[in-house]
Design a protein around this ligand. Structure first.
Ligand code: HEM
Length: 595
């Protein structure tokens, strides 16, 4: 058998060009591979190389979406912060909640705002003149001139923070949702009581529908009306609802910004249709209160005023308001979908059953068992009108199961990133070992983050790390957010923050481990509003309907689609078809909502 050397010599003699080319390619590859491992600073976080130097990680993200970095993070067990070398840049990935807090605290030099102008230009289609306005005075210090973003940030965080305005908005949207549900029942089941044929064996025949589409429709209509008034563009042209979801589904492609008219055609068209309608709405002054018309919510009116004061055109304001409508609807709809799905898919029996627990905690059983002609002193019923009522305060305080379901639905289905630009090179110190979730981590004394790189806190990795949540991290277990005394299986450690499986050692979860609302300066301002809205809506659905699988009675929960850019709560991999029936006694009883 010829030796390798003999083979190489023969090949070189017979095919000199081929051999020279292969040698050059291999040498270039080797040099590039080594080059990607060169740190920009001795304290830069450990580098995770790619088999295809510099572009491999970009390709991975483009092909596998959010799942790529999530899984990379889960594999780097000893590195709580690591570097991905990119063409002419670095991406730092944080997978440790303690270091995530350090990133959030370094807000002066690790900031999201410098990224906003370009992101919004791509996603919303802002023109250059408006982007120039957005770029002014982005991150002002005290006493410095404030730009558009700083003014809007103050407004939104103020209006949606705890207080009277938030209470009014939450009640308003909950009432709106209850109204659309009532409208659906009246329209779908015209008779006030099921006919004898319909009620074979005490069972309403029900209607088959796609659970996600159904819930989305309610949230879209009610939120658009609350925020933009009765004459909002979607109310005037219901066809725009489909355009809205087309825009949502192509957001990742719009963000990539590569020929959006071709690569994100439907999203682009949907966006432009909505922008045109919003522009008309603004130019016709439909957002203003006038002659019996309520107009848009105060927060929206003030957003518009700020944009106009900073010199925005109405066309550009329409684009900005599309982003607010999007923030108000998309995550709320998808989270409600998951909660309703898990509630009705739970097949456990007895006290362990999620639906039974929620109905018991909110008194929803008693309400459905009384007929509309009966008067009742049930605490959830207005005795004068005999309308069952749901109190937003009670939802917050008296239904631990609903709260746990909400948090677990978000932990399980949110792979969100918190992204920051390194505006000046920044050094982060290693956190104390007591605040670290795992002794596997090997911390550097300090981490140097190079200017003009990007840092991302990987929520998907943190939400799926068994060292934080326990070995059952992949399972859907609301019990991890309940005290151990609860009857729901898998109840946690008593601090209600969700560490685990009820049988492990008691351990506090780091507060930054729950990433669904982001954190630090960009922590979602809508979180209180969303919590109230979603919980009220789920209570209305649990009180009004029985839901089962369309084909078999059992609902099968599909996996989540994590191969996309996780710009919002993940959607299911396939549609869930269900059969919806109205609960006995609930055909003609709407819901009263109280604060
Ligand atoms: C379950 C529902 C919701 C979830 C999971 C959610 C999640 C998030 C996340 C992850 C961010 C980015 C945080 C970061 O980068 O660190 C965000 C930002 C934001 N959210 Fe929400 N959100 C929800 C509902 C809402 C609602 C109902 C509104 C408004 C009515 C809203 C308004 C906003 C706004 C305006 C921002 C941008 C904040 C800024 O950086 O200036 N969100 N949200």
């Amino acid at each position: 058998m010829p030796s390798l050397l003999t083979l190489a010599t023969t090949l070189a003699a017979e095919h000199p060009t081929t051999v020279t080319t292969i040698t050059l390619l291999l040498t270039t590859y080797f040099l590039l591979y080594r080059w990607q491992l060169v740190k920009t600073h001795p304290d830069e976080p450990p580098i995770v190389p790619s088999a295809i130097p510099f572009v491999g990680h970009v390709l991975g993200m483009a092909i596998f979406g959010g799942r790529y970095v999530k899984n990379l993070g889960l594999k780097q067990k000893s590195h709580p912060l690591f570097t991905l070398p990119l063409p002419r840049s670095r991406l730092y990935i944080v997978t440790d909640p303690a270091l995530a807090t350090s990133v959030q605290r370094a807000a002066r030099t690790l900031s999201f705002t410098p990224l906003v102008p370009r992101i919004t230009q791509r996603v919303l289609g802002l023109d250059d003149a408006t982007v120039a306005i957005v770029q002014r005075d982005l991150d002002p210090g005290p006493g410095m001139p404030r730009g558009f973003l700083a003014d809007v940030h103050d407004l939104v965080y103020g209006a949606l923070g705890p207080g009277e305005e938030l209470a009014g908005l939450s009640l308003g949207v909950a009432e709106g949702l209850a109204r659309v549900v009532e409208g659906f029942v009246k329209e779908t089941f015209p008779s006030s009581i099921p006919s004898a044929e319909e009620e074979k064996g005490d069972r309403d025949p029900g209607v088959v529908l796609d659970l996600m589409q159904w819930i989305r429709h309610f949230v879209t209509v009610a939120t658009a009306e609350l925020l933009y008034g009765e004459e909002n563009p979607i109310a005037l042209d219901p066809g725009l609802e489909a355009a809205f979801w087309d825009f949502d589904h192509g957001l990742g492609s719009l963000l990539m910004g590569v020929w959006p008219t071709v690569t994100a055609r439907r999203a682009y068209r949907g966006r432009e249709a909505l922008v045109a309608a919003l522009e008309r709405y603004l130019l016709e002054g439909k957002y203003l209160e006038k002659e019996g018309r309520k107009g848009a919510a105060g927060i929206v009116q003030r957003r518009i005023e700020i944009a106009l004061r900073h010199g925005w055109t109405m066309r550009a304001v329409a684009r900005s308001e599309l982003s607010f409508l999007f923030a108000g609807i998309v995550n709320t709809a998808t989270t409600t979908f998951w909660m309703v799905l898990y509630l009705f898919a739970d097949t456990t029996t007895g006290d362990d059953n999620l639906l039974s627990a929620v109905r018991a905690e909110l008194n929803l059983n008693t309400i459905a068992n009384t007929t509309s002609n009966e008067n009742t002193t049930n605490s959830g019923t207005n005795t004068e009108t005999n309308t069952p009522t749901i109190s937003l305060t009670t939802l917050k305080t008296a239904s631990p199961t609903l709260n746990a379901l909400f948090r677990e639905a978000l932990r399980h289905n949110s792979d969100t990133y918190s992204t920051r630009l390194v505006t000046e090179s920044t050094t982060l110190s290693a956190p104390s070992s007591s605040s670290s979730p795992s002794s596997d981590y090997i911390y550097q004394t300090q981490y140097h983050l190079t200017a003009q790189s990007v840092v991302q806190i990987s929520g998907g990795t943190i939400h799926n790390d068994p060292r934080i949540w326990g070995d059952d991290v992949r399972a859907f277990r609301p019990g991890r957010f309940l005290p151990p005394s609860s009857s729901i299986s898998g109840s946690g450690n008593g601090n209600g923050n969700g560490n685990g499986n009820g049988n492990g050692p008691e351990k506090q979860i780091h507060p930054a481990s729950f990433r669904a609302f982001g954190g630090g300066k960009t922590l979602c301002p809508g979180r209180h509003f969303a919590t109230a809205t979603i919980q009220a809506f789920v209570a209305v659905i649990a009180g009004t309907f029985e839901i089962e699988g369309a084909d078999t009675n059992k609902i099968v929960v599909p996996g989540k689609e994590d191969g996309v850019l996780p710009v919002h709560v993940l959607e299911p991999k396939r549609p869930v078809m269900v059969k919806v029936r109205v609960r006995k006694g609930m055909r003609r009883r709407g819901w009263g909502l109280v604060a």
